[in-house]
Structure formats: C-alpha cells, structure tokens
Design a protein around this ligand. Structure first.
Ligand code: ADP
Ligand code: MG
Length: 451
C-alpha cells in the first residue's frame, strides 16, 4: 500500500475515531510495509502497538482493504521515529539528551482547555484546595504526596486536576503526566488482564512522573483493581513521583476500600473543597458571564439577575453554569434585555429543584431568633409593634419561600385567618420599598433560610 493510500485510511480513522483517540493512538504510527497479508507498522512503544491492534486492528484492516490492500493482520515494530529536523532545530551543545519519550505514548485522558488555574475562581470554600493544587503544579520538588482533594459533586475537583496537569505540561514539557479517571484506570487494568499484558500495563503506570486519578471512590469494592492501584501507588511513592487523587468524600469515608489504602491515601495532604458560598457563586457567575459575552456580545442582562442566581442556585457550580448558559441562549433568542422576571421564568425548573424545602416552622424560629423574641410571641395574639412586625415578616417569608397556601400559613401562625396573611404580605411588600432597614432584614433572613 502506498503512503497516499495509508494517508486516506488515516483520514477515515480520524473522522471515525475522533480527534483524541486518533492523536493518542493512530498518529504515532507509521506504515513500514505490507508483506503478504501482514501490514507492518512502526510504533514508538509496544503498548501503543498492542492497544491499536486490539482496539482498532480489524477496522484498520478493513479500511486498508477498501483502499486496495489485502491484509488480515497487523504487526508492530518498536522503533522510535527518526528525528524530524523541522520540529527540533539544531541541537545546542548543552542540551540534555531527549528525556524518556515525551508524554505522547501515555493513554492520558484529554484535558479540557477551559479547565485552567486562570479560569478557576478562588473563594473561601476552595482556597485551601486551590493553594495546594498550585503548589503541586508549580514546585519541582514533590511537596505533598499524595495530594488528596475531595468534595461534593460539581465543586471543581476535576477542574483543579486538569489545571494541575496543564500547568505541569507548560512548566515541564518533558514530565510524563498521566491523568485518568479511576474508571479508566480500572478499564485499562481489566483490558491488560484480559489480554495478558500486565507487564506493559505496569511499566506504563510506573514510568510516569505525575499520576492523577480522578474520582477514586469508583474503585471501592473492586478488589483486584484496588490491589493494582495500591501497588502502582506504592511504586510511584517509592520513586518519589507525585500523585494527585480526587474523590467525592474523605479517605476515611470511602467504604469498601482496603484499610491499608485508606491509610496510605492520608500520607500526604488531604484537603476538602467546601460547598460554595454566595460570594464564590457570584464571583464564578461574573467570570463566566464575561466568557459568555465573548460569544454573545449583544446580550444584556439586567442588574440583579446574576445576584439572584448566585442567591438561589446553591452549592453546585455545574448547575450554576448550566443556568447561565441557558440564560444567554434565551437572551440571544429574544433579543432584548433579560430581566429578573424573564430569568426566573426561563429557569423555573432549575430554580424549583434547587430550592431548599423550607418549612414555616423554621421561618418562625429564625425570625423570632433574629428579633430576640420567643416562638410563642410570634404565635401569640400580642399586637405590640415589636412583635407584630416580625410576625408579618415571618408571614411574608412563609408566603415567598414555601409553597403553602394562605389558609395553611395562617393556621401555622397560631390559627390565624388567611386574610391576616394577605394583609401581612401586602404590608411588608410596601415597607420593603419605603424602609431600607426592613428591606435589609427581610433579605438577610431570606438568605439565612436559603443557605
Ligand atoms: P467535580 O469534579 O468536583 O464534580 P468539576 O471540576 O467538574 O466538579 O466542576 C464542575 C463545573 O464547574 C466545571 O465546568 C468547572 O469548570 C466549574 N467550576 C467549579 N468550580 C469552579 C471555580 N472555582 N471557578 C470556576 N469554575 C468552576
Ligand atoms: Mg469530577
């Protein structure tokens, strides 16, 4: 088969396998010759050859045959490619010999371009995790080993992992960084077992400079994968290679994981990413808003909308991002300024599911506490302003933060009539406009209740 013919096959593979798989597996290969029914390729490592043969062998034969060849088998010869002069200009005298072939032979998962330190907004809940991640990424010496990051879903663990990988790649292009989800780790392990290729598997994992495993809780309960992970882990730690691990909970809280692994995971630094707070959410929204404006320059979002979202969508950044994306798409469709009402309407489903189930009793308790009253004062018949006003505020909040009906709310306020509740809601709505102190109190209470 000619080089051209192989070129066509490669092009077809690129479009069917996708850019990442193509770059990882097909690009490093070159066709040496076809001999009888065998196509012989040059591969930089045995691992790549085996992988391609196993996963894409049949497909490659098929495509080659469709292009005029007649092969039924692939063979791989391990040879480093001849140096390409245009890529590497004349070597200077001091240049070190090329390090272990650069990262290209590592089956690392693709890194997302957007997940960099630059795009990571730092606030109190993630401050420590961010600082630790930076330290690991920037220092040449191994600092904390392993670095164990944990936190709830959508709080930025994967973001920080990618950011570390990007940063190391930039600072130390020769470093072999392998980033994988625990699920992919297991997948590769199982494949290696199945194809009796454990040596290559072990070699590959033990030859990295930085190993990053995302969502390690996934291997809980999977015994042989755990064992292999443990051995890999120990081998790398012994060689003083950096390991970074993430999970959705602390090492101690991962059930079904071997005690020796638990204790090893805590050798280095364990940091958690806390749920977001209002300020962090606002910061993230503002930064994503700027990014979105690049794509939708004409969109205008009314004042207060971003604050509203930061306020109402708590804890998960992914949901927050999704809401903003939806809002921008919506705005560009309607072609006018997005008001708070429009935002509320277009995001009704998101807002509903993230709304906490606040009870009337909770509201009464919080309001009483805030005004240094007793719950019974609020429920009582006393009409003194010092009691009546907080009671009205509590009713107003009950109407706005719960889905209870007016009669139901009335009943829960010491058996009052629903017209009393209507009156209270009307009164507080008016007062919020005219009395800044009341408006502030109501806002504060709402925030505390929704937090
Ligand atoms: P996890 O892995 O913890 O479930 P991710 O890292 O996938 O969460 O984060 C979910 C989404 O939220 C990603 O798009 C990520 O970029 C974004 N995100 C999370 N935290 C931040 C942050 N502090 N600054 C900017 N974006 C963030
Ligand atoms: Mg993740």
């Amino acid at each position: 088969m000619t080089d051209e013919g192989w070129g066509e096959v490669r092009a077809k593979l690129q479009s069917t396998l996708g850019a990442d798989a193509y770059t990882n597996w097909i690009e490093p290969l070159s066709l040496i010759k076809t001999e009888g029914k065998v196509a012989v390729f040059r591969t930089p490592t045995k691992f790549i050859g085996n992988w391609v043969n196993r996963n894409y062998g049949a497909r490659i034969c098929e495509l080659m045959n469709a292009n005029g060849a007649c092969v039924d088998r692939l063979e791989f010869s391990v040879q480093t490619a001849t140096p390409q002069p245009e890529k590497k200009p004349a070597k200077t005298y001091h240049e070190a010999p090329p390090a272990k072939s650069a990262k290209s032979d590592l089956p690392t998962s693709p890194l997302d371009k957007r997940l960099t330190f630059e795009n990571f907004v730092v606030g109190q809940p993630n401050e420590l995790a961010h600082a630790a991640a930076r330290r690991v990424a920037e220092s040449d010496a191994v600092s904390f080993n392993p670095l164990f990051l944990y936190g709830g879903v959508g709080l930025g663990k994967t973001h920080l992992m990618h950011a570390i990988a990007w940063e190391i790649r930039n600072n130390r292009p020769d470093a072999r960084v392998l980033y994988l989800s625990a699920e992919q780790f297991m997948h590769k392990f199982v494949q290696a077992l199945r194809f009796k290729d454990m040596l290559t598997f072990k070699d590959m994992f033990r030859s990295v400079d930085v190993l990053m495993i995302d969502d390690v809780q996934f291997i809980a309960g999977k015994e042989s994968t755990q064992d292999e992970f443990f051995h890999t882990f120990n081998a790398l730690i012994d060689q003083n290679k950096q390991i970074v691990i993430s999970a959705d909970r602390s090492p101690n809280d991962i059930d079904d994981i071997d005690d020796r692994i638990k204790s090893r995971l805590q050798w280095g630094l364990v940091v958690d990413i806390h749920p977001t707070d209002y300020e962090l959410r606002l910061g993230i929204l503002q930064s994503k808003m700027e990014a979105n404006l690049v794509h939708y320059p004409d969109v205008v979002i009314a004042d207060g909308v971003i604050e509203f979202l930061a306020h109402r969508i708590s804890s998960n950044v992914r949901v927050l991002e999704g809401a903003l994306t939806r809002l921008f798409a919506f705005a560009s469709l309607v072609g006018k300024e997005v008001t708070l009402d429009m935002a509320q309407e277009s995001l009704a489903d998101v807002l509903r599911t993230t709304q906490k189930n606040i009870t009337v009793e909770e509201i009464i308790r919080k309001v009483a506490e805030h005004y240094h009253l007793k719950v019974n004062d609020i429920l009582s018949a006393r009409r003194a302003r010092a009691v009546a006003r907080p009671r009205q505020i509590a009713m107003f909040l009950a109407k706005n933060l719960t889905s209870k009906s007016l009669p139901d709310i009335g009943r829960r306020f010491g058996g009052r009539d629903h017209t009393t509740v209507i009156h209270a809601v009307k009164k507080i709505t008016e007062l919020k406009e005219s009395d800044a102190a009341i408006a502030e109190d109501v806002e504060l209470l709402r925030r505390m209740l929704e937090a």
